[in-house]
Design a protein around this ligand. Structure first.
Ligand SMILES: [Zn+2]
Length: 91
């Protein structure tokens, strides 16, 4: 993928992170005596649900290694078609 603004407007470094959202299944405990549920404390993350957060203009939020944040348009074109494109690693 490529960004319209890949460099941090404050320090000039390349983006290191993109804000994304995902779902998590919060583990519950059931207390039979009171017939109530409560959070157990942990969650199971549904990694397949992870998607970039796009605002109303379709822009994503980027962050540099120093923690500065800014908006950018994103192009998800296949990196194989780009010169010097690298295949994204599978996490
Ligand atoms: Zn920065």
């Amino acid at each position: 993928m490529q960004f319209s603004k890949p460099d941090c407007p404050e320090c000039g470094k390349k983006a290191a992170d993109m804000l994304e959202s995902l779902y998590a299944w919060a583990h519950l405990n059931y207390f039979e005596d009171a017939d109530v549920f409560d959070y157990q404390g942990g969650s199971k993350v549904d990694w397949d649900s992870q998607e970039p957060d796009e605002n109303k203009e379709g822009k994503v939020q980027l962050q540099c290694p120093a923690g500065h944040q800014w908006d950018s348009e994103v192009d998800y074109s296949d990196p194989e078609e780009k010169p010097n494109g690298e295949t994204p690693s599978q996490a």
